[in-house]
Design a protein around this ligand. Structure first.
Ligand SMILES: Cc1cc2nc3c(=O)[nH]c(=O)nc-3n(C[C@H](O)[C@H](O)[C@H](O)COP(=O)(O)OP(=O)(O)OC[C@H]3O[C@@H](n4cnc5c(N)ncnc54)[C@H](O)[C@@H]3O)c2cc1C
Length: 451
């Protein structure tokens, strides 16, 4: 048994690393266990929305985006067949709001460099194996070091930030992750984007494609493959990308996409959905993807993680004593209220994915946003997580369906009824898992019964 830290974090990724950095710079003793400290080449967590940048700034950690050739992102562009337009992120009191695209591995290494040089952080290279319990309370973590020796790291609070495939979720959550598709990722070199410094959403058939800058010379392309079955890497996939996906892409990027497909460095990741449903366990808490996941279409995962890191961090920093009860109460407060800041990001991600996959709602959404003004700016403010206004999100979501009914070329009551019903069926489960207020709950339940 070692000397006890205040908190022991499992996983020095986006959430765990940022939490360690935030707590340590505010004087807390932290130990953090990470199984692989080398730079990873991943296709996840590469576009940080402005709302996430703001959370980093509030924690004094926004410098971690520096020195990695991050590409500023100032808005989104939407493409559907031969039509396209862009919407910039909102401007706040004359100040332009910016998100950033970067290589996830480089960003995570910046976070790790910060904690490695902190006197308050003990970085342990090892694989966490199990939570250690005493009288029903988690008192630390059992881990295996590089030589295979097993140790125990004790702490007042253990924080599992071990990502989407968490091995600790089972013990401290009621939920399991649901795979609803895969993103196939490629990197374009020196591609000229139709809208420089923008995330591009291409409403392609059969599923959307995302394109955004991740450095001054690189562009990430993520191609959605719906369903539980991962596409098989090989000649068939290449053929599909070249013959089915490539012709639907903006002309400017087609040559670099062809080159990337032919080079063959194709990566794949599952897209999961998992609302937060933690099980109270004294001495332990979940954070990041181990707690909560949503579709990556809107690039909201890191923003949710940093919002949670900031909030939990504030509660923990307020625990002045080594009183374990105070840590449990801090966790309780965090779980009870986190949805007020993360619900809109979670709901929008899977609602927008559902809308894009529904031909009529997808058309309605495209023409609604194309109207511009508040019809585009307010939804993009929610997407960027600059606004976390739940009512505004609901208003625009249902306004899209009503707009679809109004502008439908072949109006019929049956089609209109179906369109509104589809919208209700998409959003109902998403809202219900985010602790809605009693009125919203009742209204949605009623709508579900009607449609
Ligand atoms: C295809 C895809 C694209 C995405 N794109 C975006 C995007 O553009 N923008 C965005 O904001 N979000 C995006 N996300 C979501 C985002 O990547 C995650 O929300 C974010 O990375 C979560 O951070 P985390 O710290 O929980 O997990 P991770 O960043 O995965 O970190 C987990 C860490 O835990 C370590 N670990 C795991 N098990 C153990 C163990 N037993 N012992 C010790 N260490 C362990 C791992 O090595 C890792 O370092 C995307 C997700 C997917 C699937």
């Amino acid at each position: 048994m070692n000397t006890q830290s205040n908190v022991c974090i499992i996983g020095a990724g986006v959430a765990g690393g940022a939490l360690a950095a935030y707590l340590a710079r505010n004087g807390m003793q932290v130990s953090i266990i990470e199984r692989n400290l080398s730079e990873q080449d991943r296709i996840v967590g590469e576009l940080l929305q402005p709302g996430g940048v703001e959370q980093l700034r509030l924690m004094g950690l926004d410098h971690l985006i520096g020195g990695i050739d991050a590409a500023p992102v100032k808005g989104y562009a939407l493409f559907k067949q031969d039509q396209h337009f862009n919407v910039n992120y909102p401007v706040e009191t004359g100040k332009e709001i910016t998100g950033y695209g970067f290589r996830n591995g480089k960003f995570v290494q910046n976070i790790r460099a910060e904690i490695l040089q902190s006197p308050n952080v003990k970085v342990i290279k090892g694989r966490a194996l199990d939570l250690v319990e005493e009288n029903g309370r988690v008192i630390g973590v059992q881990y295996e070091d590089e030589e295979g020796a097993v140790h125990t790291e004790k702490a007042l609070l253990t924080i599992a930030c071990d990502g989407s495939a968490s091995r600790f979720r089972e013990k401290i959550s009621h939920n399991k992750n649901k795979i609803n598709g895969y993103f196939v990722g490629l990197v374009l070199k020196d591609a000229e984007l139709p809208y420089a410094g923008h995330g591009h959403v291409i409403v392609a058939e059969p599923a959307p494609v995302l394109v955004y800058p991740i450095s001054s010379r690189e562009t990430r392309v993520l191609i959605d493959f719906p369903g539980e079955q991962a596409p098989r890497k090989g000649p068939e996939l290449k053929e599909y990308l070249l013959n089915q996906v490539l012709p639907q892409m903006p002309a400017q990027i087609q040559p670099s996409l062809r080159a990337a497909v032919e080079e063959g460095d194709i990566k794949m990741m599952p897209n999961c959905y998992m609302p937060a449903n933690p099980r109270r366990q004294s001495g332990a808490v979940l954070l990041g993807d181990s707690l909560n996941m949503r579709h990556p279409l809107t690039g909201g995962g890191m923003t949710v993680a940093f919002t949670d890191v900031h909030r939990l961090g504030q509660h923990l920093l307020a625990c002045k004593t080594a009183d374990v009860q105070a840590y449990d109460e801090a966790v309780e407060r965090f779980y009870a209220a986190r949805h007020t800041n993360t619900a809109t990001i979670n709901i929008l991600a899977d609602a927008l994915y559902g809308v894009i996959r529904n031909p009529e709602l997808s058309e309605a959404c495209f023409t609604y946003l194309k109207k511009g003004g508040k019809f585009a700016e307010e939804p993009v403010a929610i997407l960027s997580a600059v606004s976390r206004n739940f009512k505004l999100l609901m208003r625009h979501f249902f306004a899209v369906a009503i707009h679809g009914v109004r502008t439908s070329k072949q109006f019929s009551f049956k089609r209109s009824y179906k369109m509104i019903g589809d919208a209700v069926r998409i959003v109902h489960p998403l809202v219900m898992s985010e602790k809605p207020d009693p009125f919203t709950k009742m209204a949605l339940q009623l709508a579900k019964r009607m449609f």
